[in-house]
Design a protein around this ligand. Structure first.
Ligand code: SF4
Length: 621
């Protein structure tokens, strides 16, 4: 920011050293903020092959340059680290207020390094930062942890914490703030490995913007624009609970561990059904959408269960994989995941995998602690959620995620493990939404929809062009566009749902906040997005990833999809190699998927060239 020093806080848990550091102007200009800062510092500071759960891994809790302001839907935050689930780069995004509070404390991000000897939490205010003992919090769930810290430090405290899942190093443990989570890639396990139970921030709103008056005017325009947007109004009303009907009708609601593209009775999970159980709304800091819909179960085996959600991915995670349409079970399982601090997507996907192993006789009742893993058995599913978080019985194995479970069981189990680079696939069937599928294959964090979401395929958005969702290498440009565009959105960090509500204002808000005028130049922001994706790629190449790991589960490449009457029957991924050739060519990468020296220099990443040359023959861990 012109005339304003943007800084971050470095906290070393091994030696207790805490200090502020300024962010150099060149880094601000090249990366702007958010995910850009995350990968810049992680690439610079993390030695290749660092153990993700060892003392030397680092975690960056980063907000965007717009966080904490009155602008709408821009106060999300993320964690960047090396993933214990994939061994690749991890970026995991969350909502609620914590991003705003990072900024109120005076920082762009908090960088955690080292490992505490005993459980601790960090207490941060505008004037001080302390590392406090957390022995009495260890073992507590995320609700009790947050209540305890709020009672101790006051109602103006915002907390990001782990539950038993993170403490037990579940490979896909989440970090929880209020009822929102940074859930993907096992970031909660990294926190657990450092004996860090929570970060609690107490701070009053206190922001510095480059052009406060100009920013205020832009916010007025933004709110008017949002209110007039039909997508915003629908999202405000329904959140994402209407999506299961949409994706079922498209034949891309993965069912029975990704064998079918829709549930037979998906109407039982319709948005209207969730509406009947709704008891309130929840929103992130400064967002009028309040799209978190809170539901309560009033009768049946899960009476009393309630969750902020489930949102679309979690509705799917606890229905599709095990072919369950008992809605109440999705609420109960979602609540348990949030309380215990594990990722709903990886949890549901891994449970679906276990059900298929049981069906094929690769797991028996003896292995499952007596649970009968038959499709539709939601009680066993809910029981497994608790076992995974606590690593009890079969849960200890399933806590390792599908890739490691398959390797341990052997006997062909790998054929049923639905992940990309070890990250479990989410709620969109790759054979029926192929740009999204190829995004899973090439994403630098593994099987994530958020890394390069394809609204062209799911909602028919004709931007930057119309897309045939069954086309393959012909859509390589769309995959590149969506991934770069995703990175642009996450320098902000603007909510993924809100990106279409005020597209004309995003760059203007960034300029008014930071004073980086170049942002207004044509092509500047897309170039920043491309720079981020390339640096993330370089990070994972340095870890040994390359073309071989840019792939999809065997099922997608060899078995036709069945859609039970929806479009897409018989679809498969037929030309992964042709797609990769085209994708790498557009990206300016070698045929092995390594960023070329020319591309790196063009993006101002010349310092990476030497690392890429040294990494050519490395093997992925
Ligand atoms: S749209 Fe929903 S998820 Fe996004 S910022 Fe608003 S409340 Fe949060």
């Amino acid at each position: 920011m012109k005339g304003i020093t943007r800084k971050f806080l470095r906290i070393n848990l091994s030696n207790g050293k805490i200090g502020e550091e300024a962010i150099p102007e060149q880094v601000e200009t090249d990366f702007i903020g958010g995910r850009g800062f995350g990968i810049h510092y992680l690439y610079r500071e993390l030695a290749p092959k660092t153990d993700p759960l060892g003392e030397h891994n680092k975690m960056i809790f980063v907000a965007g340059p717009l966080a904490g302001t009155n602008a709408q839907a821009v106060s999300r935050w993320m964690v960047c680290t090396k993933s214990p689930l994939t061994g690749a780069f991890a970026r995991s995004v969350a909502g609620a207020d914590f991003g705003a509070w990072i900024k109120f404390a005076g920082y762009e991000f908090i960088l955690i390094e080292g490992k505490a000897e005993r459980p601790v939490y960090i207490h941060l205010t505008r004037d001080a930062c302390q590392i406090e003992p957390a022995d009495e919090l260890w073992g507590k769930d995320t609700v009790i942890t947050q209540e305890w810290l709020s009672q101790r430090h006051g109602l103006n405290t915002r907390v990001a914490c782990i539950g038993p899942g993170g403490e037990n190093l579940v490979k896909y443990a989440a970090i929880v703030t209020n009822r929102r989570t940074a859930s993907r890639c096992g970031v909660g396990a990294v926190m657990g490995s450092k004996n860090l139970k929570a970060i609690a921030i107490n701070a009053e709103r206190n922001l510095q913007l480059h052009d406060p008056e100009g920013y205020k005017q832009l916010v007025k325009q933004q709110i008017q624009m949002m209110m007039a947007n039909k997508g915003f109004q629908y999202h405000k009303e329904m959140g994402t609970t209407g999506n299961p009907e949409n994706t079922s009708e498209l034949g891309i609601f993965p069912t029975r561990n990704f064998r079918y593209g829709r549930l037979d009775d998906y109407e039982k999970l319709a948005g209207e059904e969730y509406l009947k159980r709704r008891i309130g709304d929840f929103g992130c800091y400064s967002c009028a959408a309040r799209c978190g819909k809170v539901h309560r179960v009033t009768k049946g085996p899960y009476a009393g269960a309630h969750s902020e959600g489930p949102e679309y991915e979690s509705i799917w995670a606890f229905s599709g994989p095990i072919e369950n349409s008992y809605l109440e079970a999705t609420i109960a399982a979602d609540q348990l995941c949030d309380d215990l601090g594990i990722d709903t997507i990886s949890t549901g996907n891994t449970i679906g995998f276990a059900y298929e192993l049981y069906e094929k006789g690769l797991l028996t009742k003896k292995d499952t602690d007596g649970l009968e893993l038959k499709y539709g058995n939601h009680k066993a599913m809910v029981a497994l959620v608790g076992k995974i978080a606590r690593r009890e019985g079969i849960g200890d194995l399933l806590a390792e995620g599908t890739m490691r479970v398959a390797a341990k069981i052997g006997k062909g189990a790998e054929a049923f493990a639905i992940n990309a680079k070890g990250l479990e696939l989410p709620a969109y069937e790759p054979r029926g939404a192929k740009s999204l599928g190829f995004n899973y294959a090439t994403s630098n964090i593994g099987g994530s929809h958020g890394y390069g979401y394809a609204p062209q395929e799911v909602f028919g958005a004709p931007f930057p062009r119309k897309v045939d969702r069954f086309a393959e290498e012909e859509n390589a440009d769309i995959v590149v566009f969506n991934q770069n565009n995703g990175a642009v959105g996450e320098v902000g960090i603007v909510c993924v749902f809100a990106r279409g509500w005020f597209p004309q204002l995003y760059d203007k808000l960034l300029i008014a906040a930071t004073g980086i005028d170049k942002i207004g130049e044509r092509g500047y922001l897309p170039r920043v997005g491309e720079r981020i994706v390339n640096l993330e790629r370089a990070f994972i190449v340095r870890e040994g990833f390359g073309r071989k790991q840019d792939t999809l589960p065997q099922r997608m490449l060899s078995e036709p999809l069945h859609t039970r009457g929806s479009p897409g029957e018989g679809q498969m991924i037929r030309n992964l190699d042709k797609f990769l050739d085209r994708y790498y060519e557009i990206r300016g990468w070698t045929p092995q998927g390594i960023p070329s020296p020319e591309k790196l220099k063009e993006l101002g990443l010349g310092y990476v060239v030497k690392d890429m040359a040294q990494s050519q023959n490395a093997k992925a861990i």
